[in-house]
Ligand binder design. Structure first.
Ligand SMILES: N[C@@H](CCC(=O)N[C@@H](CS)C(=O)NCC(=O)O)C(=O)O
Length: 234
């Protein structure tokens, strides 16, 4: 353990991207510990039965799990809660409603766009096998085995059930999201708040892949994305 907070993560996990945007925005020095996806359970054993990424650990050993609660924890502990709307008025209700809307809808749009067609699934799994810290053999195994699993068993069913193309699904969701932001710069008004970073993280999780160009095509959505990106510290 170092004296920095740690984030145990997978590089391509959208929930980890949510936390990373926030960490970069407030400029918090953090040790990113990239785990091996095939040894996830073992490497996260310290999290008391929680087997998913991300897992956050403060320098004093406090462990926090689940991306949205992790974001709230980081904002409160390291940023005086400046990005979290508090109280029980309409502003807090709005933030809670949209955080849930994003965690329900945008989270489900990532798999279809990355794995929804044979070709995109093949490209994505090859890319994931390079970006994640697999072992020597499991990297090759994943590049071949991950693809039929993600495309054949998971993504194809979802795309069929939804009926829209993965790009259309994203554009519809971004329409709704931008509609809520309206004339403001951000969901949070003149500066982004925690809810902006939830949305930003899901969208940014597509950025390592060529499919991101399909999201860039959404003018208002991409303009908002760039505004949030401009608030990150190097
Ligand atoms: N609600 C959790 C979801 C996290 C999650 O599903 N992470 C995936 C990686 S992208 C995972 O670890 N899956 C392994 C599992 O479910 O056992 C969060 O927001 O942090």
């Amino acid at each position: 353990m170092t004296d920095l907070p740690e984030m145990h993560m997978l590089y391509t996990c959208p929930f980890c991207w949510k936390v990373r945007g926030l960490v970069e925005h407030i400029g918090l020095k953090t040790e990113y510990i990239q785990i091996n996806p095939l040894k996830q359970k073992k490497q996260l054993a310290f999290a008391d039965g929680w087997k998913k990424t991300p897992v956050w650990r403060d320098a004093d050993g406090t462990v926090v799990v689940d991306s949205t609660p992790i974001m709230k924890h980081i904002d409160s502990k390291y940023n005086d809660g400046k990005l979290t709307v508090t109280g029980d008025g309409p502003a807090e209700e709005r933030a809670a409603k949209w955080a849930e809307w994003l965690d329900t809808n945008l989270s489900k749009a990532t798999i279809p766009i990355l794995y929804g067609s044979l070709f995109s699934a093949l490209r994505t799994t090859t890319r994931v096998s390079k970006l994640e810290k697999f072992g020597f053999f499991s990297k090759r195994l994943y590049a071949w085995m991950g693809f039929p699993i993600m495309w054949g068993f998971i993504a194809r069913k979802r795309v069929k059930k939804d009926g829209r193309s993965p790009k259309q699904l994203w554009h519809d969701l971004l329409d709704e999201w931008c509609g809520e932001i309206g004339q403001a710069q951000f969901f949070g008004g003149v500066s982004p708040d925690l809810v902006d970073f939830i949305a930003f993280g899901y969208m940014r999780s597509i950025s390592p892949y060529p499919q991101f160009s399909q999201l860039r095509d959404h003018q208002a959505g991409f303009a908002w994305y760039q505004r949030v990106e401009a608030t990150l510290q190097a």
